[in-house]
Design a protein around this ligand. Structure first.
Ligand code: NAP
Length: 288
C-alpha cells in the first residue's frame, strides 16, 4: 500500500457519480455541475462532516460526496498532505467547504485533540465517517504482534477514540450520523488477514452496539462493507488474483471509490433516518 499521488483528472473523474446518485435518491433536480447554488439547497446544509483518511481513495470520494451534499468537510489525513490539499482545493473550487486536519488516528491523545479542534473551529461534528484503514497481511503463524496491533489500532481502536470525542456534540444536537467503513473481509474472513478481518468484524459489532445506545437520541450508526475497490490499497494485488475475484463477482469487476461514497452519502443524509445498526455491502454481489 503506497501513499499514492492525487491527480487532478482522478479527482475530476469522481465528479458525476455521487451527485447524480444523490439527485436520483433524494428526488432533487439533476445538476450537471457542483456550484454554490447547488450547495445552498443541498441536503447536508453546512453540517460539519469529519472523514478520517480523506486525502486518498475511498475517503477522498466520501469527502467530495459529502461536500457535494452541502456539508463542510473536515478532511483528516495522516501522511498524504499534498493529496489532502488537492481534495480541499477541488471542493473549494467547486463552491464547497473543506478544512484540513492532520492527525494520526491511532494516536489516541492526538486524534482526540484533533476532533476537539474541529468542533471548536467549525462547530459540532454532525456526520462522522470512520474511514482510515490499513492492511498488514500475513498468514496467521507468520504474523507479528506488531502487525496485529498496528491494524487493530488504526482500523478499530481509532474508531473508539474518534467516535467518543465526536458523539457528545451529536447527542447535544439530537442529530447525528456515524458511518464506519468495514469490509467484506469483516463479514466473511480472508486468507492472510486475521488482523484486518478482526478489525473490520469488530467495527460491525461496534456499529450495532452503539446504534442501540444512540437510536433514541437521533444518532444513527451504520457500517458500509466494500468489496474489492480500486484504490491504493488494492493496487498491488496481482492481476491474476483480480481476474479471479472478478470472475467470482456477479458484477464482473472491481468497484470504484465513488460507488462506496454514494452509499455513505445516503446513510449520512436525513433520508436515512430510520436506518441504524445496519451493514450495507457495496461489493458487486461478491458476498450476499
Ligand atoms: P487507501 O487508498 O490505502 O487509503 C487509506 C487511507 O487511510 C488514507 O487516506 C490514509 O491517510 C488513511 N490512514 C491510514 N492510516 C492512518 C492513520 N494512522 N491516521 C489517519 N489516517 C490514516 O485505502 P482505501 O481503499 O481508500 O481504504 C479506505 C477504507 O476502506 C479503509 O478502512 C479500508 O480498510 C476500507 N476498505 C477498502 C477496500 C478496498 O478494496 N480498497 C475494501 C474494503 C474496505 P494518509 O495517506 O494521509 O496516511
Amino acid at each position: 500500500m503506497g501513499s499514492g499521488h492525487a491527480r487532478v483528472d482522478d479527482i475530476y473523474g469522481t465528479w458525476s457519480g455521487p451527485i447524480k446518485q444523490l439527485c436520483l435518491t433524494f428526488g432533487g433536480a439533476p445538476v450537471q455541475s457542483f456550484t454554490k447554488r447547488n450547495i445552498m439547497s443541498a441536503i447536508l446544509e453546512n453540517k460539519v462532516c469529519l472523514v478520517t483518511g480523506a486525502g486518498r481513495g475511498i475517503g477522498r470520494a466520501i469527502a467530495i460526496a459529502l461536500a457535494q451534499a452541502g456539508g463542510h468537510v473536515a478532511i483528516n489525513y495522516n501522511r498524504s498532505e499534498a493529496e489532502a490539499n488537492a481534495v480541499k482545493t477541488f471542493i473549494e473550487g467547486a463552491g464547497g467547504k473543506a478544512t484540513l486536519y492532520q492527525g494520526n488516528v491511532s494516536d489516541s491523545f492526538n486524534i482526540r485533540g484533533v476532533v476537539e479542534k474541529i468542533s471548536g473551529d467549525l462547530g459540532p461534528i454532525a456526520v462522522l465517517i470512520n474511514n482510515a484503514g490499513i492492511t498488514r497481511d500475513k498468514s496467521f503463524l507468520k504474523m507479528t504482534k506488531e502487525q496485529w496491533d498496528e491494524v487493530i489500532d488504526v482500523n478499530l481502536s481509532s474508531t473508539f477514540d474518534v467516535t467518543q470525542a465526536a458523539l457528545p456534540g451529536m447527542l447535544d444536537a439530537g442529530w447525528g450520523r456515524i458511518v464506519n467503513i468495514s469490509s467484506i473481509v469483516g463479514l466473511k474472513g480472508n486468507f492472510g488477514q486475521t488482523n484486518y478481518s478482526a478489525s473490520k468484524g469488530g467495527l460491525i459489532s461496534f456499529t450495532k452496539s452503539l446504534a442501540i445506545e444512540t437510536a433514541r437520541k437521533g444518532v444513527t450508526v451504520n457500517a458500509v462493507a466494500p468489496g474489492f475497490i480500486e484504490t491504493d490499497m488494492t493496487r498491488d494485488i496481482p492481476q491474476k488474483v483480480i481476474d479471479y475475484v472478478n470472475s467470482l463477482t456477479p458484477a464482473g469487476r472491481m468497484g470504484t471509490a465513488e460507488e462506496v461514497a454514494s452509499a455513505v452519502a445516503f446513510l449520512a443524509s436525513p433520508a436515512a433516518s430510520y436506518i441504524t445498526g445496519q451493514v450495507i455491502s457495496v461489493n458487486g454481489g461478491l458476498y450476499m
